[in-house]
Design a protein around this ligand. Structure first.
Ligand code: FDA
Length: 290
């Protein structure tokens, strides 16, 4: 399918290799969310550890992204924390970065708390995601930057109430640019910390968008404040705007492709469909082609 690299890790790894060879970094995402039992959550955590091992063994320029509900957030926060800690610890030994995706608003506070707890244990290889549609995001960005936690900025993919999130696209876009500015300004103040980051880790700020206006804004603002290109990472989803990914990589920006794989593709696909209903046509034509 256009947005998913395969149903198994073995199918996804050649895709990562190919993207690396073409100059892109990767974050590998084992599809799955809202595990229903502690056993399911533990199995997902094990599979993520296997993914980390495969990245290390294959010397791939990649990290992983995961969702906390996949490793037990909605079942028991303690189980989730233990699973996350085990994953981050294992990844830390192998020098691999773990990005905790942001899910629906009901998970937001717990996600930030958990990432913060893990960071306070001394693990630097963990970061999270901020959604520009949430009213509270400027404060969350300030806190994350204060605590040296790397942020992927996105618009937000879930249906949220207008009491907590901007319903209008133009407001989400304006907020995105404002948050980009905050993140880039903060990166300027952290150049010394940035210099010590391991190779292939994302810097403090990653712009996760295919919206060319947002991308150009971030590029222009980084230029205005003289932030070196290597500290501004662009992240895009597998199968979307490959042309823009290649252009940015050729200009010298780190570009990271979010590569999902696994059997639980349905919710992920439905969110991509909601963003662009014409994707349904790609889906149907792929099915018809077999
Ligand atoms: P926008 O939706 O305005 O699209 C701009 C242009 O990009 C479109 O005109 C089209 O050309 C192209 N495009 C966008 N989406 C497309 C699609 N589905 N199919 C084809 N073309 C498309 N969200 C979240 O809530 N939590 C998270 O953790 C993450 N993580 C994440 C990682 C990465 C690397 C990315 C790029 C995105 C996310 N997201 C996310 C999703 C994000 O919130 C948002 O829903 C999508 O990126 C779509 O928004 P854009 O910024 O691309 O802009």
């Amino acid at each position: 399918m256009r947005f998913v690299a395969g149903e198994t890790l073995n199918e996804a790894l050649p895709v990562v290799k190919e993207l690396n060879e073409a100059g892109s970094l990767v974050t590998l995402d084992l599809l799955g969310e809202h595990s229903a039992t502690p056993d399911e959550a533990a199995k997902a955590a094990e599979k993520i550890v296997k993914t980390i091992n495969a990245i290390s063994e294959g010397k791939l320029r990649a990290g992983v992204s995961l969702k906390l509900t996949q490793i037990g957030l909605k079942l028991d926060q303690k189980i989730c924390e233990e699973n996350l800690r085990a994953i981050v610890e294992h990844a830390s030994v192998l020098g691999i970065f773990v990005r905790v995706d942001m899910e629906e608003a009901a998970c937001l506070e717990a996600t930030l708390d958990m990432v913060n707890k893990i960071r306070l244990l001394g693990y630097k290889n963990v970061g999270t995601v901020i959604q520009s549609y949430m009213f509270r995001s400027p404060t969350d960005v300030q806190n994350l930057m204060r605590d040296d936690i790397s942020v992927r900025l996105v618009k937000g993919a879930y249906k949220e109430s207008p009491e907590i999130a901007y319903p209008k696209k133009s407001d989400v876009d304006t907020a995105f640019d404002e948050l980009s500015k905050m993140l880039l300004d903060s990166s300027m103040l952290k150049l010394e910390t940035l210099e010590t980051l391991p190779e292939f880790w994302p810097p403090m700020v990653a712009i996760g968008s295919h919206d060319e206006v947002r991308v150009r804004f971030a590029e222009a603002y980084a230029k205005e404040i003289s932030l070196d290109r290597k500290w501004l990472e662009f992240q895009m989803l597998y199968g979307i705007r490959r042309d823009l990914q290649d252009e940015l990589a050729q200009k010298g920006y780190p570009v990271r492709v979010y590569v999902p794989f696994g059997k639980d593709w349905y919710p992920y696909f439905m969110r991509r469909l909601a963003e662009r209903p014409s994707n349904l046509w790609f889906f149907i034509s792929n099915l018809l082609r077999g």
